[in-house]
Design a protein around this ligand. Structure first.
Ligand code: EPU
Length: 340
């Protein structure tokens, strides 16, 4: 039975912990709940927003419409053999819990993505990535529901057009669709262990780990993330606030002359990816605080809510940071977080 509540605070539903209100709020626990909801006249008259764990959003004002909270759970084995397992995972499952379930069963492929907040359904939208791995590497299919017609469609990995923090779900399929499940293929043996990321290699060494398994890699990633990234349950945040900018090689070479130590990674189309955290730190913003809005002391790419910051205050801080990076480096930062 669907229940639509009025005037609900979104503070517990976003990891930034910002107090703002949804005009209407409805939690759904099944695809049929969603289909029932979208067949109503009420749904068609209100603007709507789908929220998973709210770990990549910043509300700068109350939401004047219907927030649909996705609580659809379930992990189903589609097929398996000695080498691989295919899992169909409902979109409301929490991503880190999915990772822990797989690591515990020694299913490999997503261990580098441990401790990323958010839901399964949100993961393909921005193609979550960390420590040399992106979720696109293990995604087979993404099932979506058209919110106008209720029609269910299954997209192949290719049709999702994944890129760095990018997918078709940020473009043509940004509006009017709901991701209902994601199908992943994971390894049961001969795991493709990825320790290419510098910080991961160093941490595994410090931990005296020489046997690389989904479990040991996951433990190391959890150690790094816990040390560097704030726990949103203690200090509101949405992970990286900006994307790492990709700049032309020419600009990169000019910057490298001035800053020989500038960290950089190769990226597509002969561009160079620069860590935004480094740029922000060089502009003097790391650890700074304006009221309750701040820049995390251990990772300048993460903006934090020390308690009672408003969305506007966080957004205003982000604009000051972007302006400083633009002025010093002539590089435009783009938010990774969705701002409403
Ligand atoms: N750096 C600084 N100062 C800082 C932060 C970083 O100089 O304050 C430098 C580091 O020294 C290092 C480089 O920047 O040389 C990279 O830093 P880090 O390893 O912390 O990674 P990142 O590029 O800042 C990205 C992802 C993270 C992901 C990590 C690890 C983006 C936007 N962010 O951050 O993802 O966990 O790599 O793979 O691509 C997220 O998306 O929310 C997120 C946390």
């Amino acid at each position: 039975m669907l229940s639509i509540e009025k005037g609900v605070s979104l503070k517990p539903y976003t990891t930034f912990g910002i107090d703002c209100t949804a005009k209407y709020f409805c939690a759904i626990t099944s695809v049929s709940d969603l289909q029932e909801l979208i067949s109503t006249e009420f749904f068609n008259n209100e603007k709507h927003l789908i929220l998973g764990r709210g770990s990549n959003v910043l509300f700068t004002q109350d939401f004047d419409g219907l927030v649909i909270h996705n609580s659809i759970k379930g992990i189903e084995t589609v097929s398996e053999n000695d080498e691989k397992i295919v899992l169909k995972i409902s979109s409301g499952e929490l991503w880190h819990e999915v990772v822990m379930h797989c690591v515990k069963n020694n299913w490999g492929g997503i261990e580098n993505l441990s401790l990323i907040p958010g839901t399964m359904g949100a993961a393909p939208i921005q193609n979550i990535g960390a420590y040399g791995v992106e979720v696109k590497n293990v995604i087979d299919r993404v099932e979506i529901i058209d919110l106008s017609t209720s029609v269910i469609r299954s997209l192949s990995n290719e049709e999702c057009r994944f890129g760095y923090r990018e997918s078709v779900f940020k473009h043509e399929l940004k509006k009017n669709i709901f991701i209902s499940s994601v199908t992943l293929t994971l390894t049961k043996k001969n795991h493709q262990i990825n320790t290419s990321y510098g910080a991961l290699t160093t941490t595994l060494h410090q931990m005296n780990v020489f046997e690389f398994t989904p479990q040991t890699i996951s433990d190391a990633v959890i150690k790094i993330r816990t040390e560097k990234l704030p726990d949103h349950q203690k200090m509101g945040n949405a992970g990286s606030f900006f994307k790492n900018p990709e700049i032309a090689e020419k600009l990169f070479h000019q910057l490298q002359l001035q800053y020989p130590e500038i960290p950089h990674y190769p990226s597509a189309n002969q561009q160079v990816k620069i860590p935004a955290g480094w740029l922000i730190e060089r502009c003097g913003w790391k650890g700074k605080r304006i009221g309750d809005a701040g820049v995390h002391a251990h990772q300048a790419l993460v903006l934090v809510n020390y308690g009672n910051a408003s969305g506007e205050e966080i957004f205003s801080l982000s604009k000051k940071i972007s302006a400083a990076v633009q002025e010093k480096f002539s590089i435009t930062l783009t938010p990774e977080v969705n701002i409403f």
